[in-house]
Design a protein around this ligand. Structure first.
Ligand code: PDD
Length: 280
């Protein structure tokens, strides 16, 4: 792959970053994953708006403009011939030359990395036809989940716990309510109504979530934004999650309890179809 590092396009084997980089030592970095469909970016402005917000919340200064981000994304997609997949973008606070809890001095350049990930089969994913199974785990992450940082160790542990249990993903639960999935926003459907947690610092403000809810509204579907419990999910007709890399993914089992007839439900299937259609 040809990647982008601090202003230069180069083969991935040649890209190196300091061992004192704040991203490496402190997890002091933010990221975005923007989906590529048919060689084109989807939801680009949404992802860049969230990136700008994450940077601002953490006071990381990066003066790359939206136009420049677009040019880098497009160039990497072209250079690497990506048809279906995504572009990973990461901005860390850079390095002050040694490990230090204090931020490096103002003017220290951030470390900017972008690379493509080719993932043919995102649209025709057999998992979406079958539906996936989730377990629940306590949400032990920090309380600013609205900032998209690279501090993903607990999300990674949750994914591994799911795999160990023979399931596909994990839902985080806090104070009795589902916050979100390990790397996605979650929804249940009961009596035709779509229920998903409202936006706050408790969850990432998913770009796919915003678009899917808008499309659901346009399709006259009923939506309720509020937290829900695992009991409620297990009694639901259907469930699904959304993310840039999976669009709308039907869920057919929660903590060992099969939802409905154990197949992806009509609302999940319809929303997946609408979302993919409108993204192309
Ligand atoms: N994850 N919640 C969490 C914790 C996430 O990590 C993600 C995205 C989402 C969905 O956000 P969006 O719709 O903007 O992709 C919600 C990305 C895909 C990842 O970490 O790879």
């Amino acid at each position: 792959r040809t990647i982008y590092l601090n202003g230069t396009y180069m083969p991935e084997e040649e890209a190196t970053v300091s061992i004192f980089d704040r991203g490496f030592v402190m997890g002091d970095a933010v990221y975005e994953v923007t989906c590529v469909l048919d060689g084109k970016l989807t939801e680009f402005d949404g992802h860049m708006a969230r990136l700008e917000r994450s940077l601002k919340e953490l006071e990381i200064v990066c003066d790359i403009t939206r136009e420049e981000w677009l040019e880098i994304h497009r160039k990497l997609i072209e250079l690497n011939g990506v048809e279906e997949g995504g572009v990973y973008l990461q901005v860390s606070r850079g390095t002050a030359g040694d490990r230090d809890f204090h931020y490096p001095p103002a003017g220290t350049p951030p470390t900017v990395v972008l690379y493509t990930q080719s993932k043919p089969g995102l649209v025709n994913d057999p998992k979406a036809d079958k539906g996936i199974k989730v377990i629940s785990v306590p949400d032990l992450r920090w309380h600013r989940r609205d900032i998209k940082t690279v501090q993903l160790l607990y999300a990674s542990m949750a994914k591994m716990a799911a795999e160990k249990a023979g399931k596909d993903d994990a839902w985080f639960v806090e104070d009795g309510y589902v916050t979100e999935g390990s790397s996605n926003n979650c929804y249940i459907v009961k009596g035709g109504k779509i229920i998903t947690r409202d936006l706050s610092h408790d969850i990432l403000h998913g770009i796919t979530r915003g678009s899917v809810l808008k499309m659901a509204k346009e399709a006259q579907m009923e939506i309720e934004e509020r937290p829900f419990t695992i009991d409620e999910a297990q009694a639901a007709d259907e469930a699904f999650y959304t993310s840039a890399s999976a669009f709308v993914m039907p869920i057919v089992e929660v903590d060992g309890v099969v939802l409905g007839d154990g197949k992806p439900g009509p609302v999940s299937k319809r929303l997946r179809e609408i979302y993919i259609d409108e993204s192309r």
